[in-house]
Write a protein that binds this ligand. Structure first.
Ligand SMILES: [Zn+2]
Length: 177
C-alpha cells in the first residue's frame, strides 16, 4: 500500500477540434493507454503514480484505472494570449465570430498573440489497470463527487469514497483496487 492510494483524479479527454477551454493547441490522448497534459494545466503537479484516474469526455465517463508511470519531457509550445490584457485564457468559439474571447477582460479577436513558451509535457500511463465502463454513464452521475466545482479544469480531484457508493461505478473501481 502506498500513501497515494486514496487519490482519484478526473481526466478530461477531448477531441482535437475541441480544445477551446485550454487556450492552446492539443496533445493526443489514447483512451485506455495514456493521458497527456502539460505544466500549464492546473493540478498537473499533484497527479502521481499510484493514483486512481477516471477518464471522461465532455459528456460521458469512459472508465477507470491507476497510474503505472508518468513520463516527463521538456519542450515548448505556442500559446494564445489576449492582445488587450495578456491573459492566456482565450476561449475559442466554435460558431460565433470573432473566433476568440478573453475570459478575463472579455475582449474579442480573430488574431490573438501567439507566444512560444517552455513547458513540461506529461504522459500518464494507466493501461495495466484500465477498466472501461460496462455501460455508458453520463458525467452528471459523478458531479457530486468532485472536490471543487472548477469545471473549466481538465484535471480535477474527486472523492473516491463517494464514487465507491455508486452503482456500476463503485464495483468498477473496486475491481481495480
Ligand atoms: Zn483579455
Amino acid at each position: 500500500m502506498t500513501a497515494n492510494v486514496d487519490h482519484m483524479w478526473s481526466l478530461l479527454s477531448v477531441e482535437d477540434n475541441d480544445r477551446s477551454f485550454q487556450g492552446n493547441d492539443g496533445y493526443r490522448d489514447v483512451t485506455g493507454l495514456v493521458y497527456r497534459y502539460d505544466s500549464r494545466v492546473p493540478n498537473h503537479q499533484r497527479v502521481l503514480v499510484g493514483h486512481f484516474v477516471m477518464l471522461r469526455d465532455p459528456t460521458t465517463v469512459l472508465g477507470f484505472g491507476r497510474l503505472d508511470e508518468i513520463k516527463k519531457e521538456l519542450g515548448s509550445k505556442s500559446i494564445r494570449l489576449c492582445s488587450t490584457c495578456g491573459s492566456s485564457k482565450m476561449y475559442r468559439r466554435e460558431v460565433k465570430r470573432p473566433m476568440y474571447r478573453c475570459q478575463r477582460c472579455r475582449a474579442e479577436t480573430d488574431s490573438p498573440i501567439n507566444e512560444e513558451t517552455e513547458v513540461t509535457f506529461f504522459s500518464a500511463y494507466y493501461e495495466s489497470s484500465w477498466t472501461p465502463m460496462p455501460t455508458a454513464v453520463p458525467v452528471e452521475e459523478v458531479r457530486d463527487s468532485y472536490v471543487s466545482q472548477a469545471v473549466q479544469n481538465a484535471i480535477r480531484e474527486m472523492v473516491l469514497s463517494r464514487l465507491l457508493t455508486k452503482p456500476v461505478i463503485g464495483p468498477t473501481i473496486a475491481a481495480i483496487r
